[in-house]
Design a protein around this ligand. Structure first.
Ligand code: MN
Length: 197
């Protein structure tokens, strides 16, 4: 079995002007594709050619001898999850169950925004910032380095923002805080986050 690149859930220009078509051409068309191409080269020799993407991730997490496979598999999963974490015309304070959960866990939506941004800005180097469901049923913010992801820590991902420079450099250059503000104000797909609860 070969894992294939999933379709983007919207056209490449749909997130513009926050995230440009050019960024998605590279980020989806080159970076996401490259992780997938690398993964499909590595899995046969590891006896993982028939495993699902999630199984590959779980079987290689915390095994330094399989870091190459884990990094590529997790990056394939992370990027697909990130595309779905955004939508054209998204963002702002959510209503419904996810909104209630956020206010219950963080005190207010503004506190959530401050904490999410601080975690994303505070991730030194490459990585991801997540909203996650913990095993105790509470939601919290998690930042991870490089390809690391919530499922390797027994947590369920609800939403993510990519904070690797390749995610925002063409549109925001070094201004990661502005990228994270725009992500929260204009792109977050709260229906997707709620569907993961
Ligand atoms: Mn990326």
């Amino acid at each position: 079995m070969s894992i294939v690149l999933p379709e983007l859930p919207y056209p490449k220009d749909a997130l513009s002007p926050v995230i440009s078509e050019r960024t998605l051409e590279f980020h989806y068309g080159k970076h996401h594709q490259a992780y997938l191409t690398n993964l499909n080269k590595l899995t046969p020799d590891a006896g993982l050619a028939e495993a699902s993407l999630e199984d590959v991730i779980q079987k290689t997490a915390n095994d330094s001898s399989k870091a190459g496979i884990f990094n590529n598999a997790a990056q394939v999963w992370n990027h697909t999850f990130y595309w779905h974490s955004m939508k054209p015309g998204g963002g702002g304070e959510p209503r419904g169950k996810i909104g209630d959960k956020i206010r219950e866990s963080f005190g207010s939506y503004d506190s959530f925004v401050a904490d999410f941004k601080a975690a994303g800005i505070g991730q030194f180097g490459s990585g991801w910032v997540w909203l996650v469901l913990d095993q105790n049923g509470k939601i919290s913010i998690l930042k991870t380095a490089n390809a690391d992801l919530p499922m390797a820590h027994g947590k369920k991902a609800l939403l993510t923002a990519d904070v690797w420079e390749h995610a925002y450099y063409l549109d925001f250059q070094n201004r990661r805080p502005d990228y994270l503000s725009a992500f929260l104000e204009r792109l977050v797909n709260w229906e997707f986050a709620e569907s993961n609860l």
